[in-house]
Design a protein around this ligand. Sequence first.
Ligand code: GLA
Length: 340
Amino acid sequence: MAVVEAFAPGRVNLIGDHTDYTGGLVLPMAIDLGTTVRGRRTGDAVRLASADDATPAVVPLGIDGAAAGAVEPAWARYLAGVVAVTRPRVGFDGTVTTTLPIGAGLSSSAALTVAVALALGFDGDATDLALACQRAEQVASGVPCGVMDPLASATGVAGHALLIDCATLAVEPIAIPAGASIVVVHSGAARALAGSAYATRRSECERAESEIGPLRDASAADVASLRDPVLRRRAHHVVTENARVRAFAAALTAGDLPAAGAAMTASHASLRDDFEVSTPALDALVARLAATPGVHGARLTGAGFGGCAVALTEPGVDVGGWPVRASAAARLGFSRPGSA
Ligand code: GLA
């Protein structure tokens, strides 16, 4: 029986946060840290051992979505979500390893679902894979997450960031200029209340849209017409963030790194003031990064509420953290028995 090896990268989002679930623009980059699932397709359960947990994950093939969200250990819920959504015909017996920091905002959960779905034999295209894994994560965590993270993992291009239109799911690779370095730095604070606060932000965007239509198409005047000041701020973030994604992509393409960095730093201010998903630790970190010589710009990355910041820097600038490179997409390989 062939040994299956699936690798899925995590991602760092360079700009465009809290825009995906309103069909907006995002610009993530699959990174050279990720999750590997290795083993054999066999049996009637998915069984994965992790070096980080003495308890293996064991998920029966017949599990449904409701049961998937209650599986123990908690990380096994992501496997269960994939099984419940993709309904593989054959089980799996193997191991999972990761080079991603868990829960830091680098999409360790999306990398896990994408690697598991590929290992179990998911046979759709990259978009279908991302949509299935988005659904699996929603089932597993109860958080109404968007499609950005699995889509970045499923469509990554080495040396490129990905300009994604979340209305059409079109992905346009944008080359990272040779003189640009990307560094991820942890704020030191774990994400707190991320699930419930995320759901609240998403529903606030939906309330704004019920008044002024899709935020994707809203004008500044539409945003100003919102009477509720909280909804006005949320909508203002989304509309201006979509514009910043375009400006950032244009700046990157033109090799204008100071302009790209300025868009990032403005994005952080908007996430802090209008969307209110930053933390004092993230604000202090971004301020430190932005004041460091050789740093073009910095911002929190991902959902916020803790976790990491991302900085665009000149090569060789040491700001602490993980320098990351743009990686190719998730991939699946097979090897012969005995070479395992
Ligand atoms: C999390 C979600 C994504 C996206 C970001 C914020 O990472 O999983 O879908 O909404 O937050 O941009």
